[in-house]
Design a protein around this ligand. Structure first.
Ligand code: ADP
Ligand code: MG
Length: 352
């Protein structure tokens, strides 16, 4: 059930503009789909993403009353009281994404079905701010199978300065693609499809095998020179200890790139462009990598929610840790151990 957060909880949540560019819309809509338990997430982008961006999932959907509330500010089904912030396990929790996106776009259309005989369509037209009042919206019945589709058109159409600050369509789409790729590799159990101007640019099979997701993203050479790993480390801070589970798939050192963007890190299911953790992974490879080359891999961290603060950055790019150095060290040593036990010479075979 979707509720409105009380002012006390609101004030504890990092406020800020969540919609900086089309890729921010992609992050929020993909995270909503994953929070809804989707097995398939399809993302379509036209042009630079301001023309149209659409995310469809087969998750649990919403009942009519929830669908109407979802586009309002501070309404969420994922958080109820301030202390829940410490234990939140979902990717979303602020209840701000859909209303912020609606306010930044000419039109937001949400079509959803929670498994009942008919679905619901909610359309927010004209954007504008609805800081305390409610959005102008229309709610009507709609045919749709179980799941949710959100289509955003005319993003930033009444914010010329924001629109001007965007890069080329190619560069903006590349950012969307990076977001989708990050999640596709972090969640190999989910099928992701990405289309740009009608052309499919990425499709993972959702088999729950890292090798299959790596194959879809990086091709046969990378996928066949990779090993999966799964390890656990204890970290302590201020007299308390916690287990950090680290798993994923690491390409062998002959598979490299010139930039570090191909190290895909996630923390408790949230895929992040986290420079510190990416560096920790690269440090784990150490001297195995040729000079100036960066590794390719997927590294997922799980640690107790209370050890992680996802609330430090409105765009959720970075997280806070109780002890960031200890976590980085756990990542580095997990990667080092995984590579030392992987049979790196057995090239050409899939070791997973
Ligand atoms: P948050 O994710 O922080 O709760 P959002 O504005 O992103 O806030 O979404 C508001 C609410 O709408 C969510 O809490 C959820 O209940 C519902 N919702 C949004 N997207 C979906 C989806 N794809 N499938 C099912 N429910 C959704
Ligand atoms: Mg959300």
């Amino acid at each position: 059930m979707i509720r409105r957060l009380d002012p006390g909880t609101r004030s504890k949540i990092a406020a800020g503009e969540v919609v900086a560019r089309p890729a921010s819309v992609a992050v929020e809509l993909v995270e909503n789909a994953l929070d809804a338990g989707a097995e398939t997430v399809e993302i379509e982008v036209d042009g630079d993403g301001t023309d149209r961006i659409r995310v469809a999932d087969d998750g649990r959907g919403m009942a009519e009353s929830d669908a109407a509330l979802a586009v309002e500010r501070y309404t969420t089904s994922k958080l109820s009281a301030a202390d829940d912030l410490e234990t939140v396990e979902t990717l979303g929790f602020r209840g701000e994404a859909l209303p912020s996106i609606a306010a930044a776009a000419a039109r937001l259309e949400l079509t959803t079905n929670d498994g009942g005989p008919r679905g619901t369509r909610v359309v927010v037209d004209g954007g504008g701010d609805a800081t305390d009042g409610e959005h102008d919206k229309t709610v009507s019945p709609a045919g749709r199978a179980r799941g949710t589709t959100v289509e955003v058109t005319g993003l930033f159409s009444d914010r010329p300065a924001r629109k001007k600050s965007l890069a080329s369509p190619k560069a903006e789409f590349a950012r969307v693609s990076a977001v989708v790729t990050r999640y596709a590799l972090t969640r190999p159990d989910v099928r992701f499809v990405l289309r740009h101007d009608g052309r499919e640019t990425l499709a993972t099979p959702g088999t729950d095998r890292f090798a299959d997701a790596l194959l879809a993203v990086y091709g046969r050479d990378a996928a066949s020179h990779a090993s999966t790993f799964d390890s656990s480390r204890e970290v302590s801070a201020a007299g308390e200890t916690a287990a950090v589970e680290v798993d994923g798939a690491l390409c062998h050192p002959e598979v490299t790139r010139s930039r570090r963007d191909h190290v895909h890190v996630s923390v408790n299911g949230r895929a992040l462009a986290e420079p510190r953790l990416r560096r920790a992974v690269a440090d784990g490879y150490g001297t195995l990598l040729p000079d100036g080359r960066e590794p390719v891999g997927v590294v997922r961290l799980r640690l107790p929610p209370a050890w992680v603060d996802h609330n430090v950055h409105p765009a959720k790019d970075e997280v806070g840790f109780r002890d960031a150095d200890a976590v980085a060290e756990a990542v580095e040593s997990s990667v080092r151990d995984a590579l030392s036990t992987a049979d790196l010479r057995r090239s050409g075979e899939v070791a997973m």
